[in-house]
Ligand binder design. Structure first.
Ligand SMILES: Cc1cc2nc3c(=O)[nH]c(=O)nc-3n(C[C@H](O)[C@H](O)[C@H](O)COP(=O)(O)O)c2cc1C
Length: 387
């Protein structure tokens, strides 16, 4: 029962199949913490279904025996247009989860973005050496803390800084309310039967659970348990964030600065004027503003406003290589994934994430082959069915 061979590789033949394996591996409240979205989960669903409305028009006679999936992004070569986005508490899915996922990204030749809310500290990840590595931060009421995280990321050699815009108030995740999911996880008697069926996770995580905390927030002399830190973090977020903060951060961070959570074309155009280096079209995976436009629906107008001046990236609902191809055709330079890498982690740690990244690589390559596209530069609106 506990032993685990390589059977998961065969069963996890797609990202959706990996999600199903993760669902069987994790206690329900933990699975739902990652899988769920805000309120009625309309935006969460729409992120995925909107990709179905974009259709591809192949030209097989333009094909080639091999496709080149590589690209330059902020001066670094990536092997494919897909990277891992920031997810807090990845260490709840696998011991030292962030480090496992970052290693898998590095092995795959792509980038990893660490969340502010990682279990490991940003310095621990840097010491492990995966690269390229990006760091995600928020604007806090105490701007000094934003500055501190930024300077620590600079000192630890992070390649890019991501300022997330859409999390200054916390969205209402009703699955968590239903499941009584709390930080740290407390399991109710009703969950115990489910837990007994999730023995592998329990055995792996039992020694970790008391130590799980938000590593970057730990301060000497202050309570470092996760419940205290979670409360402090929520009270630190500042909904009164403004463009002045972006300009201020620009003066502190020397290197590529990206804004994550841009959906409005006017905000995208302003970002370029403010000297931002990249934009991530995102609605936080449908976890914040329910009813927000899906990422792929928002992309064309945002990309139009940016007009190729800086790279536009996208996350939210990317579950197939074909989704990546569609996003690139609509103006994205690269996509990020959140939940899929957590499913990989839950199933098999670093190997599981490597497997998920490999699924995307094979699907992007196959999609391009079937389309008759040799290079990413050929993924333009020309490959899309009009209207
Ligand atoms: C469990 C979980 C934790 C997340 N934590 C963060 C975070 O700390 N910072 C952040 O900018 N985005 C966070 N996100 C949002 C992701 O970066 C990303 O925008 C979203 O997951 C993309 O959608 P996808 O899951 O459909 O790929 C989180 C998402 C999940 C599922």
């Amino acid at each position: 029962m506990m032993a685990r061979g390589d059977d998961w590789r065969r069963k996890g033949y797609s990202v959706a199949a990996m999600r199903e394996l993760a669902r069987r591996e994790l206690p329900r409240p933990v699975f739902d913490f990652a899988d769920g979205g805000a309120e009625d989960e309309r935006t969460l669903r729409r992120n995925e279904t909107s990709f179905g409305d974009v259709r591809l028009v192949p030209r097989p006679l333009d094909g080639s025996p091999a496709r080149d999936l590589s690209l330059d992004l902020f001066g670094r070569r990536l092997s494919m247009p897909l990277m891992i986005g920031p997810t807090g508490l990845s260490g709840l899915f696998w011991p030292r989860g962030e480090i496992a996922a970052a290693r898998a990204a590095s092995r795959a030749g792509t980038a990893f973005c660490l969340s502010h809310g990682s279990v490991c500290t940003l310095e621990e990840l840097a010491a492990d050496g995966p690269s390229p590595r990006w760091m995600q931060v928020f604007i806090y009421r105490d701007r000094g803390f934003t500055e501190e995280l930024t300077r620590r990321a600079q000192a630890a050699g992070y390649d890019a800084l991501v300022l997330t815009l859409d999390n200054q108030l916390l969205g209402s995740r009703e699955r968590d309310l239903r499941n009584g999911f709390a930080i740290p996880p407390r399991f109710r008697p009703a969950d115990m039967l489910g837990m007994a069926l999730r023995l592998r996770w329990l055995m792996r995580m039992r020694p970790e659970l008391p130590r799980i905390t938000f590593g970057n927030y730990v301060r000497p002399g202050q309570p470092d348990d996760i419940a205290s830190l979670a409360g402090r973090m929520a009270s630190l977020l500042d909904p009164a964030m403004s463009w002045a903060d972006v300009a201020w951060l620009r003066t502190i961070w020397r290197g590529p600065l990206l804004l994550k959570g841009v959906l409005h074309p006017a905000e995208a155009a302003r970002a370029v004027e403010e000297g931002v280096d990249g934009i991530i079209v995102s609605n936080h995976g449908g976890r914040q503003l329910d009813g927000a436009v899906s990422s792929i629906e928002a992309l064309p107008t945002v990309a139009g406003a940016v007009g190729g001046r800086i790279p536009v990236l996208l996350d939210g609902g990317v579950r197939r290589g074909a989704d990546v191809v569609k996003a690139l055709a609509l103006g994205a330079a690269c996509c990020l994934v959140g939940r899929p890498q957590l499913w990989g982690l839950a199933v098999a740690g670093e190997e599981g994430v490597a497997h998920v990244l490999d699924i995307y690589r094979r699907e992007i390559d196959r999609t391009m082959g079937l389309l008759g596209a040799r290079r990413l530069a050929e993924l333009t609106p020309d490959i899309l069915f009009p209207g």
